[in-house]
Design a protein around this ligand. Structure first.
Ligand SMILES: NC(=O)c1ccc[n+]([C@@H]2O[C@H](COP(=O)([O-])OP(=O)(O)OC[C@H]3O[C@@H](n4cnc5c(N)ncnc54)[C@H](O)[C@@H]3O)[C@@H](O)[C@H]2O)c1
Length: 372
């Protein structure tokens, strides 16, 4: 067994900077190459990380026997295609969220991963936050979950980078940048909400009713989900205002006399139980959810590269596999359908998954618990 995983970063924008810091602090990882359609972006990241080379040619990275794995950090709409090419080239893949924009893309990646020997990890990482872990230990059967995500207009950085007049050659251009597929749309940060709600509810969704501002499929929206266990959840997304005292991420879980709330995964409070929450969680890592003073705090993001290296080098259960990574895609697709058709839409979790035997994968059947 090799003791080092040689990785290439594909897509060298904002998030790759954070992954690079985590690659560099993971002893089992070595940065070999960087690739971006913008040469200067690839060069910059290669210089920062001491990579052997940088390139604008994905083919060079994928045909390089010195690259064991790719860390895909490019724009949303490129993830599925780069994933498929990488798996076909025999490279392990860590793919930023959302790894796939549609259920059809999800099936294609799942099929290719099933037919290969490579590991594939998606990046919906909120389940690794100590807040999520403690909350699920205390509340096993939520009745109601509210998760709100607010991206104030001034924070809409990616919209400018990817969609605006300054958008680079690799930018994802959609007809309606304010629609739910927009870079900071409900499927960007709001995807976390969809994943988290499912993971915390521990039940499969059966019905979805979503509405967008102005009666259209748009980011400023509310998505109501009913689950098999009778529980209901509301995912609220807004990119038209700051929300005042409501933070970027706010989650609330109610279960009869016991309830819990988290502010940005930094704090967790309980009511109706003696269970202790967290006042503040800090780390020395490269957590990307900085508090107001800019100090990073532990949320799960810090550990991703270490988990990925371990998975590729040693095998074992995949902490974020391609099947559970598809759950937000399915919920999102049904929500957009509901917004379009202005009616509740039935959902069957099996639609999210292609498997060789047609059975629901363990990761999905256990609501992302497979990490244990
Ligand atoms: N996990 C997290 O917490 C987190 C946080 C931020 C962003 N993200 C995700 O990371 C991805 C990138 O976001 P970002 O903020 O870094 O965006 P960005 O615009 O800063 O960077 C994207 C980079 O990808 C490059 N690119 C585009 N198409 C490419 C292609 N076909 N091949 C190679 N490179 C290509 C662009 O040139 C750009 O340099 C998004 O999908 C986003 O959802 C995840």
């Amino acid at each position: 067994m090799a003791d080092k995983l040689n990785v290439a970063i594909v897509g060298c924008g904002g998030i790759s900077r954070y992954h690079l810091a985590n690659i560099l602090k993971t002893p089992a990882m070595q940065l070999t190459a960087t690739m971006d359609v913008i040469e200067s972006a690839a060069r910059e990241r290669a210089e920062e990380g001491g990579a052997g080379y940088h390139t604008t040619d994905l083919g060079r990275v994928l045909s390089d026997p010195g690259v064991d794995a790719v860390i895909i950090c490019s724009t949303h709409s490129t993830h599925a295609e780069i994933s498929l090419e990488s798996v076909a080239a025999g490279k392990h893949v860590f793919c930023e969220k959302p790894p796939m924009m549609t259920v059809a893309e999800a099936h294609a990646i799942q099929k290719s991963v099933s037919e290969s020997d490579v590991q594939y990890m998606g990046a919906w990482w909120f389940k690794h936050s100590p807040v999520t872990i403690r909350l699920r230990d205390v509340i096993e059967k939520p009745y109601f979950i509210l998760f709100t995500v607010r991206i104030p207009p001034e924070q809409n950085r990616r919209n400018k980078v990817m969609f605006g007049p300054d958008a680079g050659p690799g930018a994802h251009r959609v007809d309606d940048p304010e629609g739910p597929y927009g870079a900071d749309g409900v499927f960007d940060n709001g995807g976390y909400a969809l994943y988290w709600i499912w993971h915390v509810m521990r039940s499969q969704p059966v019905e979805i009713y979503a509405m967008g501002y102005g009666g259209k499929p748009t980011s400023t929206s509310t998505i109501v989900i009913r689950f098999e266990n009778g529980g209901v959840a509301n995912s609220v997304f807004s990119d038209v205002g700051s929300g005042g005292i409501v933070p970027k991420y706010y989650g609330e879980v109610l279960a009869g006399s016991v309830s819990a709330a988290t502010n940005r995964f930094r704090s967790l409070v309980f009511e109706g139980t003696d269970a202790e929450g967290f006042e503040e969680i800090y780390s020395e890592g490269t957590g990307i959810l900085n508090d107001a003073s800019g100090k990073p705090y532990r949320a799960g993001f810090d550990e991703e590269m270490e988990m990925f290296a371990k998975l590729c080098l040693e095998g074992g259960p995949n902490p974020m596999d391609v099947w559970e990574a598809s759950v937000p895609t399915l919920i999102f697709e049904k929500a957009v359908q509901s917004m379009r058709e202005r009616r509740p839409v039935a959902v069957d979790i099996r639609e999210a998954c292609w498997t060789p035997d047609g059975k629901l994968p363990k990761s999905v059947a256990t609501f992302g618990d497979c990490v244990k």
